[in-house]
Structure formats: structure tokens, C-alpha cells
Design a binder for this molecule. Structure first.
Ligand code: LRY
Ligand code: PEP
Length: 338
């Protein structure tokens, strides 16, 4: 079962692939297509991997008067998709939108937390066969198990994201440890983080914990009217988030623990060796109380090998504080170490 899959054409996620960074434009375009285009360009310029919108079919979601001015038409979405200079995808929020987004052929489907436990919708979305990112805001682990089973039956390429549905999100409610719980509960899918906090630190922390995709709301101005702006990143913050994530990814390294070439100067200066605690005449059989560990020149036997010296004879006279080198010990060396 894949821990990695292609979320957008040519862009794998999961495993050691770079974290996929989604700039959520959502409804922060204020219903103005020119602002929407500006935001797509801004997301690209800041280094995000994708700009995301939310497509709702309002008659299925809300009563008649609800914020109609914030919703673009199908034609406008097609125009935006043409405009998009980077991978654009649109989140689907209700049944009819699934059909439209399928027609629009967006690279992947995002299920917002408002629909995560809407199982008929989830199944229908999964059956469309596009890769999926499913939010877990407002849900329980039990529901997320049902979500996993439901989607998995129809679609192997999906990920689940940790999200707390509060704007702006306070540190004590972020619950980044859920990322690790999901990694244990759902080991064959990538885990994702969607943040509604202000600032970038929790999102960077989520990447350090293994989030393979992150999603943050973005805005051109946090003071604009609307519920999401305050929990959104302005361009400079988005750019900083991308920079920080890329640095943290480098810092995550390989996980292989060994002395790295960059540590050699430090080891040359501060690495310790086994030295003689007192003068040791040639032919003496070594005991632990004859040995000490110090920074010494030249380097001698490494401290971790000190016990292997016990019972061995020295082949030369060794002075107090002098390093004990391999050459000075009878039958010491590779064979003794092995
Ligand atoms: C569930 C979902 O879609 N949530 C989205 C993602 O975070 C939000 O952007 C909402 O659309 C937004 O907060 C709603 O704002 P208003 O309360 O102004 O309609
Ligand atoms: C609600 C959404 O996002 P999230 O659940 O990640 O906050 C969305 O993508 O529309």
C-alpha cells in the first residue's frame, strides 16, 4: 500500500518527497476575480505548491441568501483554472460541486471538515478516483477510522489531515500529537496538517513531526472583512513559511546516526582518547584502573573501546597521560574489536 502517491501531475507526496504546501485562498478573494488572480500569483511567487479555492454549490449548502457574493460561477472557476500559473485545485464542499470539479478536472479533491462525516458524499467523492485530502476538523478518532475505511474501499490515493476547526487557533488546541497518532493508526497513508492559527511555527512543527502536506489560509490583507482573514498568512508570512519548511526538511536529515564529515573538526579538537593514568611499562597486562579518558594528541583508542583493552599487553613503555594507540597494544585492532 502506498505511503506516497501523485497528488498533482508530476508531484509525488509522502515518503521523502518535499512537503506539498497548499495556499488556501478559500473565500479570501472577497468575491473579486481579479483579487483571486492576484492571490494565485502571490501563492506562486511565495513558493507554495498549489493555490486552493473552495467551491460550494450554495443551494445545497445553505439557505438562499447566504453569502452568494463570495461564490464564483462555474465559468469564473474555469477562467481561474486557465489563469493559474501553478497547480490549482478547488476544494469541493457539496454533492453538485463534486460533479463540477470532476468536469473541471482538478488534480485532487479536498474534503473540508464540514463534510468529513458526510459519508454518502465522501463515498461519491472517493469514487471519482481523484487523489484526495480529507480533513478531520471537528471529528473523533472513531469517525476518522470510518472515514479511512470508506475512502480506502474506493480510492487508495488519499491522505488524512489533522485540523482543529477554530479561527484563529490557540496553541493549546492545535494538538500536533494527533499527527503521530494518525501515523500509528493509518500507517499506509500520508498524514497532513491544516492550520487555522496565526503565525507559522505550528505548521513548521507539523512538518517536523512528519506532515507530508500542509495547508494554510492566505490573504492579501488580514484586516479585510471575513471570518478567515485573521487566521491567514499575508504574503511575507507565506514566503517565510515556505522557507522555514524547506530548511526544516533539510534538517530532518536521513535518520542514520553516524559521525558526519562536518563533525570532524570538532572531533579533532574535543574528541577524547584512552590515555595512560600512570606510566605503564612494556609487557604490562592492562587493567581498567591504569586507563583514563582525555583529550590527547595524537588521538588514541576511542573511549568506547576501553573495555576491550583490559587483559591486553602493551608492547612499548607508555608515559603517564600518553595516548594508548592501537600499535602500542598486543593483538589489538580489527580482530579484537570485531
Ligand atoms: C468547513 C469549511 O468550509 N471551512 C473553511 C476552511 O477552513 C473555511 O474557510 C470556511 O469556509 C469559512 O470559515 C466560512 O466562513 P463564513 O463563516 O464567513 O461563511
Ligand atoms: C474546510 C476546509 O479546510 P480544512 O478542513 O483543512 O480546514 C476546506 O478545505 O475547505
Amino acid at each position: 500500500m502506498p505511503l506516497k502517491f501523485e497528488l498533482c501531475p508530476g508531484r509525488m507526496i509522502g515518503g521523502n518527497n518535499p512537503c506539498f504546501i497548499i495556499a488556501e485562498i478559500g473565500q479570501n478573494h472577497q468575491g473579486d476575480i481579479e483579487i483571486a488572480k492576484k492571490m494565485i500569483k502571490m501563492a506562486k511567487d511565495c513558493g507554495a505548491d498549489c493555490a486552493k479555492f473552495q467551491k460550494s454549490e450554495l443551494e445545497f449548502k445553505f439557505s438562499k441568501k447566504h453569502k452568494r457574493h463570495l461564490e464564483f460561477s462555474h465559468e469564473q472557476y474555469s477562467e481561474l483554472q486557465q489563469y493559474a500559473l501553478l497547480h490549482l485545485f478547488l476544494s469541493c464542499v457539496f454533492k453538485m460541486a463534486v460533479e463540477f470539479l470532476h468536469e473541471l478536472n482538478v488534480p485532487f479533491f479536498k474534503v473540508g471538515y464540514g463534510d468529513t462525516n458526510n459519508f454518502p458524499y465522501l463515498k461519491k467523492t472517493a469514487q471519482k478516483g481523484h487523489p484526495m485530502v480529507v480533513s478531520s476538523g471537528m471529528q473523533s478518532m472513531e469517525t476518522m477510522h470510518r472515514v479511512y475505511e470508506t475512502v480506502k474501499e474506493h480510492n487508495q490515493n488519499f491522505c488524512i489531515l489533522q485540523c482543529t476547526s477554530a479561527y484563529p487557533l490557540e496553541p493549546e488546541d492545535v494538538n500536533l500529537r494527533v499527527i503521530m497518532e494518525y501515523q500509528k493508526e493509518f500507517p499506509d497513508i500520508p498524514i497532513v496538517y491544516s492550520g487555522h492559527e496565526s503565525g507559522i511555527s505550528f505548521t513548521v512543527g507539523a512538518v517536523a513531526l512528519g506532515a507530508k502536506v500542509v495547508k494554510r489560509h492566505v490573504t492579501l490583507d488580514k484586516t479585510w472583512k471575513g471570518s478567515d482573514h485573521a487566521a491567514s498568512l499575508e504574503p511575507a508570512e507565506l514566503a517565510e513559511l515556505v522557507r522555514s519548511i524547506r530548511i526544516v526538511e533539510k534538517a530532518l536529515g536521513t535518520g542514520v546516526k553516524r559521525m558526519l564529515p562536518c563533525e570532524v573538526p570538532c572531533h579533532d579538537k574535543l574528541g577524547k582518547s584512552v590515555v595512560a593514568k600512570t606510566a605503564i611499562p612494556k609487557g604490562t597486562e592492562l587493567t581498567l584502573d591504569m586507563l583514563s579518558v582525555k583529550v590527547a594528541e595524537p588521538k588514541g583508542i576511542a573511549p568506547e573501546d576501553i573495555f576491550q583493552l583490559v587483559g591486553k599487553k602493551v608492547t612499548i613503555d607508555i608515559e603517564e597521560d600518553e595516548s594508548i594507540t592501537e600499535d602500542a597494544v598486543d593483538s589489538y585492532g580489527k580482530k579484537a574489536k570485531a
